[in-house]
Design a protein around this ligand. Structure first.
Ligand SMILES: N[C@@H](CCC[C@H](N)C(=O)O)C(=O)O
Length: 285
């Protein structure tokens, strides 16, 4: 049995157990070979409770550190927007610096620049959204704006949905209202839509005005969460390309707001939002 220290952080209620695994990658080896252990640790009744586990690892690609993220079902995700802010806040708190500072984090979606602003908000260069079907991956075909497009059925109505990659796959569905949404039923169904061979995160979007959208999230490997950072970027990228919002907007999620800007479609997209320490403890695994 090993004693593993952890810190719990949350970004807009999307919560993560952060484990520093830089010494010898032991935890990565254990968790990748035992997905039931991840599920047990993330379980909200019998475990610590979280939407995922983030391992801080040594970077082999010139970044300050590498982020490895496990969803609460034990699957590994390529990227996590709220998670990367939590990781940055952890590194910032550990460094005991009291000034604005930058970090470069290696992820399975590439190296990302992150900036701590006034100690509590973190701005992340999220890279460019991908509309290339193979890269997302999806079998959907691009529409005239080059966004992969298809339909899903909601309450017997065919509704347009879009596929987009932010390192990880996203399905974006724009509705007139998302108030009375069967999130659990639709999310579970669409997550495994066979047009997304690696499954997909699912987002239901209501456009409030040119500068604000409302989003409800069903995450691949986690279920309904209070926020999804990569998803917020995916939604804003789609609504701005469709001309429904500006390219700099507030994304209102059940857990709070993220601010996304994508000032030039040939440039990366930026996400700004909070991250907070919740508690720390020890795992006996
Ligand atoms: N909560 C995240 C995304 C985490 C990974 C996702 N569930 C996936 O499997 O792609 C975020 O804030 O981006």
């Amino acid at each position: 049995m090993q004693i593993i220290k952890f810190n719990k952080y949350q970004g807009l209620g999307n919560d993560f157990i952060i484990i520093d695994d830089r010494k010898d990658s032991t935890v990565n080896n254990i968790l990748t070979n035992d997905t039931s252990l991840v599920r047990n640790i993330c379980n909200r009744k019998y475990g610590v409770g979280a939407d995922g586990i983030i391992l801080v690892q040594n970077s082999e690609r010139g970044a300050n550190t590498k982020m490895q993220i496990f969803n609460s079902d034990g699957s590994i995700a390529e990227m996590c927007g709220n998670g990367i802010r939590c990781l940055i806040k952890y590194l910032y708190n550990e460094s005991q610096l009291n000034e604005d500072i930058n970090f470069i984090i290696e992820t399975l979606a590439g190296n990302l620049d992150c900036y701590v602003l006034n100690g509590d908000h973190i701005r992340v260069n999220m890279g460019s959204p991908s509309f290339e079907p193979k890269a997302i991956p999806t079998t959907l075909s691009p529409n005239n704006l080059n966004i992969p497009e298809g339909t899903v059925t909601i309450k017997n109505e065919n509704i347009t949905m879009y596929g987009i990659g932010m390192g990880n796959p996203h399905m974006v569905i724009i509705l007139k209202s998302i108030e009375d949404l069967q999130l659990e039923e639709l999310g579970r169904n669409f997550e495994t839509d066979n047009r997304f061979p690696n499954k997909t995160n699912v987002h239901f979007v209501e456009v409030l005005n040119m500068n604000k959208i409302l989003v409800k999230v069903w995450e691949r490997g986690c279920g309904a969460t209070l926020a999804c950072g990569t998803g917020a970027c995916a939604c804003l990228a789609v609504t701005s390309l469709l001309g429904l919002t500006n390219n700099k907007s507030e994304v209102v999620l059940p857990g709070g707001s993220l601010f996304i800007d994508w000032l030039n479609t040939s440039d990366p997209l930026y996400m700004t939002g909070p991250a907070e320490f919740v508690f720390s403890g020890q795992l006996y695994i």
